[in-house]
Design a protein around this ligand. Sequence first.
Ligand code: BJW
Ligand code: ZN
Length: 261
Amino acid sequence: MTSMDTEGFQEARDLLASADVVSVLSGAGVSAESGVPTFRGEEGLWKSYQPEELATPQAFRRDPRLVWEWYDWRRGKIRACKPNPGHEALARFALGSRTVRIVTQNVDGLHEEAARKASGGNDPSPGLPLELHGSIFRVKCTSCTYKVPHRDPISADSLETLPKCPVCGSLLRPDVVWFGESLDAEILSEAFRVAQGSQVCLVVGTSALVHPAASVPLATRDSGGRIIEVNPTETPLSPLARVSLRGASGEVLPPLLEGLD
Ligand code: BJW
Ligand code: ZN
């Protein structure tokens, strides 16, 4: 069965076609077909750790070497990944005439890469996402305000080899949002503002378990808009979605968004 035969496909296309403003909430599933491991489920395991054990400030304080080792491993995997047809379809959609804003939980930078490619040297900004959980390719100081882009491998052999702040000498850490940490207030309020003002929120590849990100589509629904979900499996948002398209985003999004630029 192709995605175009999926129940609700035409309804989803009609909803998107008649919307002036569309918000998109994406999660790790949108990058799965690029080879980026998701967090939860069988593919999501690293050694025997769960994200809740490593993506916390407590874990970093307890064992920064282990946490950096996990991030260095993930950064290496992501560096080798390219945007897939799902990212590309979203980027083309966002660069089209409709007002589209991509809000992502992903830290991999693949939406941005797809937007730069799709813009062909023109302004990529309508396709650049609001990054709710930061970027894995940026580091920040654990003590001062130092923050820089950082893509190179790091050595997590010992505490001594971990990256240190050039200003104050403290440990650097990935500039991502860990459990128990607040999201950037401006980015978060912009995400809710965009969702509230959109007629459709397209939710792609997220388990919708982590808040406040998982609440963003509720702002669309609470203001009278519709949620369209693209995910191979059911999530807590499925009962609230007008349409749930059960498939991989790299297969569903290109035909879903085709011609809606
Ligand atoms: C495909 C596919 C394909 C597969 N195509 N799809 C309200 C209620 C309960 C708890 C809380 C709450 N508010 C806040 C909390 C606490 C906590 C939380 O949400 N806990 C829950 C888990 C219970 N939230 C926080 O702590 C947040 N901070 C905060 O709220 O601050 C204020 C506060 C502080 C203290 C107390 C209370 C409030 C911060 C959350 C930060 C999350 N950080 C991480 C790590 C980021 C850095 C990094 O990458 O290392 O973000 S955790 C991890 O989960 C990552 C992700 O962005 C996030 C979401 O995961 P995602 O993207 O949904 O991925 P998966 O793997 O879960 O799902 C993949 C999906 O794709 C699946 O559904 C598949 O089916 C699908 N899929 N292949 C399409 N081809
Ligand atoms: Zn510093």
